[in-house]
Ligand binder design. Structure first.
Ligand code: FMN
Length: 347
């Protein structure tokens, strides 16, 4: 069991919707780690293309990640109040705030087309974020020969993952960049660090544990392995790779002093996620802000505002996800980064 994920190296490149690419995933898998695609924000056609492109670049296993959030509970009044709150920011760029918002991503819980895509394409590994699909879907994926991973942020979520018959757990600590994989965003968050969570799950759960959150170099990977993890999943560390889809503004911010100030906040998307603090976060966290629209409806308006701002060359409204270890990010081609991580791990 502990040979999961079955790769030569105990290194997983985190799935990163909007940032991971076939070139990045394939480079990491070819270097001996496990590359990942994040298709949670993609259409099925885009996801199919990304899986096929990755296959064309590597014969080795890679991971495909989907979002298993509860569908948004729509609240028209709340959405209108949130839109009104953001209207002055749209006005700065000469644009009207949208009249209505959309639930921009489908959840894998009900997306039958995405489910069929995975059964058709049969990636070696599929991972779940924000929860778990129904038992029937898990059984069908297993029947198709697919190994599965799911994110846990506490012991209760890890127990649910174990009971569901998943093959491994991504233990995501509070340091992690991007969205926190907690199943219920309304629940009280225990905010466990990666080291505490990994140790807890390694001693209490009978599944391979993969450490995620704030791991940026070989020393960090070694510490995770010492705590009982079988591998480490790194996200922020791979954002500066030339193979990632991060744009120039994101890269610049990650390389600047500002990388040291990240915040876990729900304001960008409607669910807690950690990113580099910017004007949007500061504005939305003012005490007089109304309640945020639900995930991923809130993300719709943020993306529209960011699009208007970026047209004017303003990058203060973007979701520049990054973990607490962001100042340690290095700008290297993915294969070279993996090689460096291994050298440091073995030092
Ligand atoms: N995790 C997912 O399971 N699915 C995603 O689509 C996803 N997108 C992310 C996008 C970015 C830019 C980042 C930085 C993280 C994302 N994550 C996602 C979280 C990672 O899986 C992982 O938990 C996190 O990157 C670990 O922390 P680190 O960034 O400090 O390495």
């Amino acid at each position: 069991m502990t040979d999961f994920p079955g790769t030569r190296l105990p290194i997983i490149q985190a799935p990163m919707a909007g940032v991971s690419t076939p070139a990045l995933a394939a480079a990491v898998s070819n270097a001996g780690g496990l590359g990942s695609l994040g298709i949670g924000a993609s259409t099925v056609a885009q996801a199919r293309q990304a899986i096929r492109e990755t296959r064309a670049l590597t014969d080795l296993p890679f991971n495909v990640n989907v979002f298993c959030h509860e569908a948004a509970r729509r609240d028209v009044e709340r959405e209108a109040a949130w839109t009104k709150h953001l209207a002055p920011l749209f006005a700065e760029f000469g644009v009207d705030a949208p009249a209505a918002l959309d639930e921009i991503y489908k959840t894998f819980l009900t997306d039958e087309e995405a489910f069929r895509l995975l059964l058709d394409e049969r990636p070696a590994i599929v991972s779940f974020h924000f929860g778990l699909p129904a038992p029937g879907k898990i059984a069908a994926l297993r029947e198709a020969g697919i190994k599965m991973l799911a994110t846990a942020t506490n012991l209760a979520e890890a127990r649910a993952i174990e009971v569901a018959g998943i093959d491994g757990i991504v233990a995501q600590g509070i340091e992690a960049g991007g969205h926190r994989g907690m199943f219920d965003p309304e629940a009280v968050d225990e905010r466990l660090s990666t080291s505490v969570l990994v140790r807890l799950l390694a001693t209490r759960i009978n599944l391979p544990v993969i450490a995620a959150g704030g791991i940026m170099d070989g020393a960090g990977i070694r510490a995770a392995l010492d705590l009982g993890a079988v591998a480490a999943q790194l996200g922020t560390a791979f954002v500066l790779c030339p193979e990632s889809a991060a744009n120039a503004a994101y890269r610049e911010k990650l390389k600047s002093e500002r990388a040291s100030v990240t915040r876990l906040t729900p304001v960008l998307s409607g669910r807690p996620a950690r990113g580099i603090v910017n004007r949007f976060i500061a504005y939305c966290e003012e005490p007089d802000s109304p309640p945020i629209a639900a995930y991923p409806v809130a993300y719709d308006i943020t993306k529209q505002l960011n699009a208007a701002a970026e047209k004017s060359g303003n990058h203060e409204f973007a979701a520049h996800w990054a973990g607490q270890g962001a100042p340690l990010a290095r700008e290297l081609p993915a294969a070279q980064l993996v090689e460096t991580l291994v050298r440091e791990l073995e030092a």
